[in-house]
Design a binder for this molecule. Sequence first.
Ligand SMILES: NC(=O)c1ccc[n+]([C@@H]2O[C@H](COP(=O)([O-])OP(=O)(O)OC[C@H]3O[C@@H](n4cnc5c(N)ncnc54)[C@H](O)[C@@H]3O)[C@@H](O)[C@H]2O)c1
Length: 445
Amino acid sequence: MDLDKKLTHVAVVGAAGKMGSGITLLLAQEMARLSLLPENRERLFRLDAVDLDPVALRGLQDYVRAQAVKTAEKTAVGLRDLYADRPDLVENEQIIRDYVDRVCSIVWPTTEMAACRGAELVFEAIVEKVEIKAKVFSQLKDLCPDAFFFTNTSSVPIGLIDEQAELGGRVIGFHFYNPPPVQKLVEIIRAESTLDEVAEVAEAVGKRLRKTLIPSHDVAGFIGNGHFIRDGLHGLAEARRLAGEHGWVEAVTMVNRVSQDWLLRPMGIFQLIDYVGIDVFRFIEEVMDRHLDEDLLDPTIERMISLGVLGGQYPNGAQKPGFFEYQKGKITAVYDPEKKQYRPLEPEGWTAKVDAALGPLPEGFRPWKALLRAPDRKAALEAHFAAIASQDTLGAKLARAYVQRSREIGQALVDDGVAFDAEGVNGVLTSGFFHLYGPINDYCK
Ligand SMILES: NC(=O)c1ccc[n+]([C@@H]2O[C@H](COP(=O)([O-])OP(=O)(O)OC[C@H]3O[C@@H](n4cnc5c(N)ncnc54)[C@H](O)[C@@H]3O)[C@@H](O)[C@H]2O)c1
């Protein structure tokens, strides 16, 4: 397989979106690197960045340029090697300028799908609706008769896309995590119909992009969302249960704190749902609910959506309000759906009462960030969960139930044939969600 040749003409559809822009950057930088290799000097590298939204495409160009500058400045020494046989470019500044111009000139932004005619690899990152994806792929298969299609769908079965768009097995799930240039994980989802050569190319591209590849079977939600959605549903159900005694705002705060501090995760479950977007959570729930024999629609999510509280990010990356309101990434208030307004945190008032109701964290507690690179991480995790197992506080009880539910979800993903093995589940949660430990573990049994 001549992978460099396949990478000479690539298209990203939905290129100006959250995921599409990161995928575009990642590919354009790799294509720029390839274009500098002596064996590729005669080749033209071109990435058609297709999106319906012309304004967002303008933003994509700015984003690609700004990020290419950052990459070039960070890797100036490595770049010098790539430019070794260009005596005309001597100063770092000249090399950086050439590299940035090269990355930018590879990206051809367009609102016309027809512009990507003849592309060899097509990455799709449009809205999470199977009907729309199938319609777009039907168009693409005529425009790019030899292309292999990599869909970034978070939950739609790949076999269904193949069937509806009649792609003849030329499609595979290539599920980047957000943001694609930073996140190492790519879940690879091969449908029964996916051709061997498509799977081979997907693996080669993933390795070329220096990603950690974890295979998942073609079951709606795959491993990542298979765990995340059910884990979220547990948190939502716990909050509803606690709300009876403590009030909704207090209950959301409790579950969020427990799932962050007691479970030692990078963020609490409600903050994570806000980050992903409450509407995106709902899209994924719906797809999974439709395809799996399991009731996965949550009434609180429905209510938040009907109230227009959606989370997600502003174009500048700042967090929009959802279950919480944020300032500079920090939670400042909690949404009260009855009053339809946010209730500010009160460290001396109701927030302190929540802390008191949960009880103290285990002695010697170190947060997620402190343990991330700690050499004694395993021992620290064991001590932390041993303490939780023996505590009789509300916080410890909620944490035990949460860890146990997370483990059940992970184990079911293996037993139901979604993941290939426990390592696959643990790998997705540790590399894609930055958990310190996989859900299938011996902690807190
Ligand atoms: N956001 C995440 O965290 C995340 C993570 C992993 C996977 N995904 C998946 O990636 C895909 C995209 O998600 P997103 O969050 O980037 O969405 P987004 O809404 O930010 O971007 C979608 C882009 O597609 C464009 N678009 C829509 N229809 C189009 C069409 N017919 N032709 C061309 N462009 C079109 C839109 O203008 C928009 O720019 C979805 O399938 C989603 O499930 C998202």
